[in-house]
Write a protein that binds this ligand. Structure first.
Ligand SMILES: [Zn+2]
Ligand SMILES: [Zn+2]
Length: 263
């Protein structure tokens, strides 16, 4: 970050602004969101796909009507096999919900990761209370890595910033460098569906301590879930290195859209 930018942030502290719309807020606001954004955010609560974490919405109603899939699996996950075992997500991706991510990824507002980690923690606890009787089934937390060139440009990996906060809250070990991105992939937003899968082939590798993950249940952290291609490619590598199970958690998720960038 340029010195002028750092000075600006010191004189005009960013954390008094709503992380979505930028309205001035006071410290007491939950998740640094103004009341209006707090209400407008499409929070994913009960009706979520057990596999990828996306909101089921109307799909759930349809399933109830026609006695469909009681397990609560979304259409995407029923039509395609994933390498991960289950997932959680906090908000449905849209114009408003993407704003904190854009600030985190492209405006150097790293502090937003603290809030997103907190939101993930609050999403996870009730879900685990329901599914696991309150037990934490994960042994360690791993972020989806960026290629080192992209990380050098941004200065950090946003998924690692968020994951570190979440790991501290859950009291779990955090393996920031366990997965490596060994291929500088094209930005996914520029590619079609089949190109996206190809693009990720051989994209990830385990660095070093693969013995540490044998038989372990891993929680993989990323900022966005879209097609699941990234989560699949990373999970496949973790599984082939001996991981017992891989779960994913993302801040935002949605289907059939191409985000500005999912890197
Ligand atoms: Zn707001
Ligand atoms: Zn799903």
């Amino acid at each position: 970050m340029k010195p002028v930018k750092i000075l600006e942030k010191y004189i005009f502290p960013q954390d008094i602004y709503c992380i979505a719309c930028g309205a001035i807020i006071d410290e007491s606001r939950t998740y640094r969101l103004c009341d209006s954004c707090m209400k407008k955010f499409r929070w994913i609560k009960g009706a979520a796909c057990k596999k990828c974490g996306k909101a089921l919405g109307k799909e759930k109603e349809r399933m109830a009507l026609f006695g469909g899939n009681a397990a609560g699996i979304c259409h995407d996950c029923r039509s395609r096999r994933h390498f991960f075992d289950g997932g959680y997500s906090c908000v449905s991706y849209g114009e408003l919900e993407k704003k904190p991510l854009m600030k985190l990824k492209y405006a150097g507002d790293g502090y937003i990761a603290d809030t997103l980690g907190e939101i993930m923690y609050d999403r996870l606890l009730p879900a685990l209370a329901e599914d696991e009787g309150g037990c934490i089934p994960f042994d360690l937390i791993v972020p989806v890595p960026l290629h080192k060139k992209r990380q050098a440009l941004r200065g950090y990996n946003q998924a690692a910033l968020i994951g570190r906060v979440l790991a501290a809250k859950l009291g779990l070990p955090f393996y920031a460098n366990l997965l490596r991105r060994v291929k500088a992939t094209e930005k996914m937003s520029r590619l079609g569906a089949s190109e996206r899968t190809e693009n990720l082939e051989g994209a990830f590798a385990i660095s070093g301590r693969s013995a540490d993950i044998a038989g372990k249940t891993i929680l993989l952290v990323d900022d966005i879930y879209t097609t699941g291609n990234t989560a699949d490619a990373a999970s496949a590598v973790l599984k082939s290195a001996g991981a017992k199970a891989v779960y994913i958690i993302t801040f935002a998720s949605g289907s059939n859209f191409v985000p500005v960038s999912d890197e």
